[in-house]
Write a protein that binds this ligand. Structure first.
Ligand SMILES: [Zn+2]
Length: 464
């Protein structure tokens, strides 16, 4: 999409008016070399050979790059091809699991005709020519216009609790879910009122500044278009909700899975209705829930009314949780994130993809598909074939491969898997690294529920 668009650099839009016409396509050589250099630096790691966990490399799988530009490649045999570059990203994924793959191929992602971004813990914002009437103006930075994407606030719903209250009645279940969404809107209104006061009293100077056009020195539009920000309602524990309601987890029965799809569809429709009624854009998403997945499970377990229900479906080590209940709230139990299958569900990887991909187009973002790899280092080419197949044949919009790693704090060698001592020097002074929800992080900073989830995860050595 960008190839024939005027480039923006040196304070100018090179559109043939403010400056001579120069399109992004003219920088093909520089882009390919810069991409290759970035991947090589990330593959080498830091001074100690440890992987970089920030910034996150977001690898866009674009329709434009699925086919080689043969003419260009022949004229520039010294440059890496698209395939060479993608292979480097999968090599990085096989080595450290660092990259995030942003699949632009499905129609709902714009199929290369829009712009979209995934942020932090996988919120997705997208705009296309059809969905945004100022799309071209924003693309060309006309009068300082540009894409502002983000969310005012995220409110997470404890979905299992709706099932506990509904006691098996479908209509009641949906009614309780809608009720939770109504409460979310009230929270959004309070937040907005508060933020309006913050803006009015000029206590948000960075976001509200109007940068000057470097050519004319005139002020353009506000840096962050506050009116275009959305309000996000996130779901947690959809699996436990249907498990309590039907008696089966999402991967155990078609009925349970269908109920999850229906609930999400109903909620998405209701989010649209709420958006119209309250004149605010409400997005339905998965919540990262790094702490909330635990917090909801624990609060249901300590709640007199919901304890018996929660005990039936919470994931993790319930016996250990009950033993320590009087001592701490940091307990090794959790609800499954978003619309995922439980981390420990013993199903083949493509079966997991088949059950989870359906939810991607329903929600407005915030979804991610995790492939937890085993200790064996996969062949990068094999991993690329798998990733490309996933991108082409499913609706999964965002996915990552997670490798657990042990970093020795004595000799700094990095090895695969979670080991109690360094396989190189035998030192017990080691740090474990894995992906929590969005980022690769040191496991030592995780709460007990996330550590338990790490133990429970089904890992895949065979990606078939
Ligand atoms: Zn060592």
């Amino acid at each position: 999409m960008w190839r024939d668009k005027p480039a923006v650099y040196s304070g100018k839009v090179w559109d043939g008016k403010a400056a001579p016409l120069r399109t992004y396509g003219r920088f093909e050589r520089e882009v390919r070399l810069a991409f290759k250099a970035l991947m090589e630096v990330m593959l080498a790691g830091d001074h100690w050979g440890k992987p970089f966990n920030f910034p996150k490399p977001e690898i866009s799988l674009e329709p434009d790059f699925m086919k080689e530009d043969e003419e260009f490649n022949q004229a520039h045999p010294d440059l890496p091809t698209y395939q060479d570059l993608y292979l480097l990203t999968f090599k990085l994924a096989a080595e450290y699991g660092t990259p995030y793959f942003d699949n632009q191929l499905p129609a709902y992602r714009g199929a290369g005709n829009g712009i979209s971004c995934y942020q932090c813990c996988a919120y997705q914002f997208a705009a296309t020519f059809d969905s945004d009437d100022q799309f071209m103006e924003k693309l060309y930075f006309k009068d300082g216009k540009h894409f502002s994407m983000g969310s005012w606030q995220v409110v997470s719903l404890n979905c299992p609790r709706a099932a506990y209250l509904a006691r098996g009645d479908d209509d009641l279940l949906f009614e309780y879910l809608r009720g939770l969404m109504d409460i979310s809107v009230e929270i959004f209104k309070v937040k907005r009122e508060w933020m309006n006061r913050v803006v009015e009293s000029r206590r948000m100077p960075f976001a509200t500044q109007c940068p000057r056009d470097p050519a004319t020195n005139e002020r353009g539009s506000q840096a962050v278009d506050l009116e275009s920000l959305v309000y996000t309602i996130g779901v947690v524990g959809v699996n436990e909700m249907v498990q309590f309601h039907t008696g089966h987890a999402m991967h155990e029965s078609k009925e349970a899975w269908k109920l999850a799809v229906r609930a999400m569809t109903e909620m998405e429709l209701y989010a649209k209705k709420l958006s119209e009624t309250h004149d605010m854009t409400i997005a339905l998403a998965r919540t990262p829930a790094e702490t909330t997945a635990q917090r909801f499970a624990v609060s249901d377990l300590i709640h007199e009314e919901f304890r018996d229900c929660a005990e039936k479906v919470v994931k993790g080590d319930l016996a250990a949780a009950k033993k320590n209940l009087q001592r701490t709230r940091d307990l090794p139990i959790y609800y499954t994130n978003g619309t995922h299958l439980p981390p420990g569900a013993d199903v083949p990887i493509f079966e997991r993809a088949k059950l989870e991909h359906v939810f991607f187009p329903i929600v407005d973002g915030g979804n991610i598909f995790h492939v937890f790899l085993g200790e064996a280092s996969p062949d990068p080419k094999g991993l690329m074939d798998f990733g490309m197949r996933l991108a082409r044949t499913t609706q999964i919009g965002y996915f990552t491969f997670t490798k657990d790693m042990t970093v020795c704090l004595s000799c700094y060698k990095v090895s695969s898997g979670l080991k109690e001592e360094c396989p190189s020097c035998g030192s017990p002074d080691v740090e474990h690294i894995s992906r929590i929800t969005g980022y690769l992080q040191a496991v030592s900073g995780w709460n007990n529920a996330k550590r338990q989830e790490l133990k429970d995860r089904k890992r895949y050595d065979d990606l078939i």
